[in-house]
Design a binder for this molecule. Structure first.
Ligand SMILES: C[S@@+](CC[C@H](N)C(=O)[O-])C[C@H]1O[C@@H](n2cnc3c(N)ncnc32)[C@H](O)[C@@H]1O
Length: 310
């Protein structure tokens, strides 16, 4: 990799195809404001075209290796906002792995209540090779805030009518007439820290991918899935990532996502006026991410222009 040209406000998203540790090793120390990650959950899951290769036996060590590089490239005062599953063996190793990498974990996680999921964890082996875990349908994921130095958050910015935010109500098509951040609804304060936001719709996932053909998704059993152009198995909803950017970052901040997947963090950065470097090891996911980001870049530009002309 040559010298990395940092994203600018005019060209805000850079996508790098490669191994995140190798790429981050070549990045300057303290060049990024924050990290956002959605790493494999370390449970050995196989999702149609994708195998979560991270064995949970080594999960802590693996997490500490990329965690340390992410720590190095983040400025003091930066957050690492990391999504993680709720299975206890991998969750605990993940948290200790981030600590081994230098991050402070004296924060509370948020829960993303995601509506609907597969009940697969029972089928995955535990540390001792047994398969009979207690794993009810995983209806929520954790969003773990880790920090470097003295940090700030923006809970106050996300208040409405004096109430702190705890939820996102998401329309079926979040992109319709929606150029800027907007939390539609809140749960009462007592329900903090739950975030309520549906998974990404098919329309959202495939936006910008007209040039790709459909990938057949598994249709066995009762878990019917529609064919998709975006065949990434674990895409995050855009609105969730926008909300997290509003909560933890400032305009023009540079966010690094070392597990970029189909590029949702990059799209959220475009919408929210942040800059982003996304690192993804698979060429096919990079292609999907590039197409999605370009389509959203045009869409956001159109929406901003229309908004300014009002
Ligand atoms: C859970 S997915 C991220 C999904 C993403 N948030 C989205 O909305 O599409 C994790 C991604 O990390 C990638 N990945 C895993 N190990 C990696 C590594 N060492 N370097 C770069 N990417 C990696 C996987 O290929 C996968 O696409």
């Amino acid at each position: 990799m040559g010298k990395l040209i940092l994203p600018t406000t005019d060209d805000p998203v850079r996508i790098i195809h490669g191994d995140n540790v190798m790429v981050m090793q070549q990045m300057d120390a303290e060049c990024a404001d924050h990290g956002f990650t959605d790493s494999p959950f370390g449970v050995g899951a196989v999702h149609n075209t994708f195998k979560d290769e991270y064995g949970h036996r080594d999960f802590q060590a693996e997490t500490s290796v990329w965690g340390r590089e992410a720590y190095k490239i983040t400025k003091p005062g930066g957050w690492l906002i990391a999504a993680m599953g709720t299975r206890l063996d991998s969750l605990s190793r993940f948290v200790y792995g981030l600590e081994d990498g230098g991050w402070k974990l004296h924060h509370s996680p948020l829960a993303w209540v995601r509506h609907g999921s597969f009940c697969y964890a029972n089928r995955l082996p535990g540390n001792d090779g047994s398969r009979a875990g207690f794993s009810p349908k995983q209806e929520f994921e954790l969003i773990i805030p880790a920090s470097k130095g003295r940090v700030h958050n923006h809970l106050d910015r996300c208040q409405q009518d004096g109430r702190a935010p705890g939820t996102i109500a998401m329309s079926q098509d979040p992109s319709d007439g929606w150029p800027f951040f907007d939390i539609n609804n809140f749960w009462p304060l007592e329900t903090l820290p739950f975030i309520h936001c549906t998974r990404a719709t098919l329309r959202e996932l495939d936006y910008g991918l007209q040039s790709l053909s459909y990938t057949a998704m598994p249709k066995s059993g009762k878990y019917f899935q529609a064919d998709k152009r975006n065949f990434h198995p674990t895409p995050k909803p855009i609105k969730l990532m926008c909300y997290l950017l509003a909560l933890f970052t400032e305009k023009n901040d540079l966010i690094v996502d070392p597990f970029f997947g189909s590029g949702t963090t990059g799209i959220a950065c475009l919408i929210m006026g942040r800059r982003c470097i996304g690192i993804e090891q698979r060429a096919d996911y990079c292609r999907i991410a590039r197409l999605r980001v370009s389509a959203w870049r045009r869409r956001v530009a159109r929406a901003r222009k229309a908004f300014a002309a009002r």
